[in-house]
Design a protein around this ligand. Structure first.
Ligand code: SF4
Ligand code: SF4
Length: 73
């Protein structure tokens, strides 16, 4: 099952909100005070939210520094 939890866990989520396309995703403040997507237990794993995310390191052709993981710039 693939959803934006993987992107949040991987540390590349910017909280941009582009994945807010599904009723199973809500945005809540994380421990550092930034909004981050939360996925409820009804997620079907369809992957639409992942497809909407520009910061998914697994996205084809995604070579932006932010999406490749932690770095200086
Ligand atoms: S679209 Fe990607 S970067 Fe934007 S909030 Fe959702 S998981 Fe985070
Ligand atoms: S149902 Fe699909 S779009 Fe919604 S959170 Fe799950 S994988 Fe993402």
């Amino acid at each position: 099952m693939d959803n934006v939890k993987r992107i949040v866990r991987g540390g590349t989520c910017t909280g941009c909100g582009a994945c807010r396309i599904c009723e199973h995703i809500s945005f809540e403040k994380n421990r550092r005070g930034f909004y981050s997507p939360m996925v409820d237990g009804q997620c079907t794993g369809c992957g639409r939210c992942v497809a909407a995310c520009l910061y998914d390191p697994q996205r084809e052709g995604n070579d932006s520094p932010r999406a490749s993981g932690p770095g200086l710039f």
